[in-house]
Design a protein around this ligand. Structure first.
Ligand SMILES: C[S@@+](CC[C@H](N)C(=O)[O-])C[C@H]1O[C@@H](n2cnc3c(N)ncnc32)[C@H](O)[C@@H]1O
Length: 267
C-alpha cells in the first residue's frame, strides 16, 4: 500500500472524517444491523464509519481491522473522544486477506475498501469464513465511470482518467462497485442484492451542490501529490483542475452527478 492513492497524511485522515459525515445519510439508508451484536468492520481507516455504526446501533460491538498503523492510531484517538463508543470496539492491525479470527461475527461492513485491494475475492472469502450462518455483509463501493460534471471541464476529465488509471496500475479497481454481485456470488454468498445510489445536484438543491463540489474537489486533490510524483499529471494540470472546479462552483447552472454501488448478501 506504499502507493495508496489517497495517502495517509493528516489532511487525508481529516478528509475521511468529513467524507463519512457528508455521505452518512445516503450510505446508511440501506444498512440494517439492528439484529447484529458483533460485527466485523474491514478497512476501518480513521474510525469514521466505526463512530457512525456505534451511534446508529446502540447494541452493537465492533471488531475493526486495518492494514495501516497510522490510521489505527488516529481512529483510537478519535473514538476516545466519543463516549458512546467506549468499550464497544476493538481495532486490530491486520490484512483482511488473512483474518486471524474463527467463525465468530454476525455481520460485516466494508466501505470504500475493495477499490484499493488487489484481490477482493480473497477478502470476501475470508470474511465469509468468519461470519456465522445467516449473517449479513454490507459493502459500499465506487463506480467511477459514473462521474458527470457540467459545464464540461476538460482538465478535470483528464485528471479523473489519470486518477482511475493510476488506481488500476496499483492493482486497485475504481469500477469495483459494478462487480460486487459477481464477486459475492463467486465466493458462495446468497440472497445478494445490489443497489445503485446516486448523488445528483443541480439548481433544485444549490446548497447541497456547493457542499458536494467542495467535497469532490478535496477527494480529487487528495491524490494530486502521488499523481504528480508518478508523472501521471503535471503541477499545471492540478492548478487547472482547481480552477475549473472553482468555476463550476460559481456557475449558477452547474450539474454534479456520481453513482456508487451498495451490496448486501447473506452467509
Ligand atoms: C478509503 S479508506 C476507507 C476507510 C473507512 N472504511 C471509511 O469509509 O472511512 C480505506 C482503508 O482500507 C484500508 N485497507 C486497504 N487494504 C486493506 C486490507 N487488505 N486489509 C485491511 N485494511 C485495508 C486502508 O489502510 C484504509 O485505511
Amino acid at each position: 500500500m506504499s502507493n495508496y492513492l489517497h495517502g495517509y497524511s493528516k489532511e487525508e485522515q481529516d478528509r475521511l472524517l468529513h467524507q463519512a459525515e457528508m455521505t452518512e445519510n445516503t450510505i446508511y439508508q440501506s444498512i440494517d444491523f439492528s439484529d447484529a451484536k458483533h460485527v466485523l468492520e474491514v478497512g476501518s481507516g480513521v474510525g469514521a464509519q466505526t463512530e457512525i455504526l456505534l451511534r446508529r446501533y446502540p447494541k452493537l460491538n465492533l471488531t475493526c481491522v486495518d492494514l495501516n498503523e497510522s490510521q489505527i492510531e488516529v481512529a483510537k484517538e478519535y473514538l476516545k473522544g466519543r463516549p458512546h463508543c467506549h468499550g464497544r470496539y476493538d481495532i486490530k492491525k491486520m490484512n483482511a486477506e488473512h483474518l486471524d479470527f474463527d467463525t465468530q461475527f454476525d455481520g460485516a461492513f466494508l466501505c470504500w475498501v475493495l477499490e484499493h485491494v488487489p484481490e477482493p475475492k480473497k477478502i470476501l472469502s475470508e470474511v465469509r469464513r468468519v461470519l456465522k450462518p445467516g449473517s449479513q455483509i454490507y459493502i459500499t463501493e465506487v463506480m467511477n465511470s459514473s462521474f458527470f460534471l457540467d459545464p464540461y471541464s476538460p482538465h478535470v476529465w483528464k485528471y479523473w482518467m489519470a486518477f482511475n488509471d493510476f488506481q488500476l496500475e496499483q492493482a486497485g479497481d475504481p469500477f469495483v462497485g459494478a462487480k460486487l454481485g459477481n464477486l459475492l456470488l463467486s465466493q458462495g454468498y446468497k440472497n445478494i442484492y445490489t443497489k445503485v445510489k446516486n448523488w445528483h445536484f443541480d439548481n433544485r438543491k444549490p446548497q447541497h451542490r456547493t457542499k458536494f463540489l467542495s467535497y469532490w474537489k478535496d477527494l480529487l486533490l487528495s491524490a494530486s501529490d502521488i499523481l504528480v510524483k508518478n508523472n501521471c499529471v503535471t503541477e499545471e494540470d492540478v492548478r487547472m483542475v482547481s480552477k475549473e472546479l472553482n468555476e463550476v462552483g460559481r456557475n449558477p447552472d452547474a450539474v454534479f452527478s456520481y453513482s456508487f454501488m451498495q451490496a448486501q448478501a447473506e452467509v
